[in-house]
Design a protein around this ligand. Sequence first.
Ligand code: 3PG
Length: 214
Amino acid sequence: MNDLQKKISDIGVVPVIKLNHPQRDAKALADALCAGGIPIAEVTFRAAGAADAIRIMRETHPEMMVGAGTVMNTQQVDEAIEAGAMFIVTPGLDPVIVEYCIAKNITVFPGCTTPTDYHTAYRYGLEVLKFFPAEQSGGLAKIKAMSAPFPMFKVMPTGGIGLKNLAEYAAAPVIAACGGSYMVTADLIDNGKWDEITELCRKSVEIVKEARAK
Ligand code: 3PG
């Protein structure tokens, strides 16, 4: 793992964010996440202003590890890098995007769920993969089964992870970090429930620590 991956893995939780109003919400959201002990954001390109949100978070919180999610093409990789993104996350494994990120020297977490995906990721020398959509693809049982032939990978599962199952995932050594939108839902963001977001982050960090200590 590189330094960034280690730092993300030490914290163990990656908020997956969709921000419709970056000018209004990006700084407040970054404040709330950092206050809750999760200075990490995967800002998805599912909302038009993703690059603005990344830029604002990086400018207002230089200590934060801000990346771009739901990246669908190399143009978005460029936009993300230009905005200050420190990593790229893709829903699936697109060799064109992976090769582009390697050439640009930016960490990429491609979504992988099958042995074929893992083979391709292995060929690229990747070490940490997104596992998406986690629960719907077989959850922790599948992640563990995949580890038998592919012990070289750590994974970052997202999709269906919340406070209810975070401990179970976090306890497994194969898990680098768990991603999710449960602490940054549209309801929480649109209604400015920043304290609630901070509280959910605190709880998440605590759950991860406890699960790993067992
Ligand atoms: C992602 O893109 O990683 C997922 O949509 C996050 O999944 P969740 O909303 O179920 O947490």
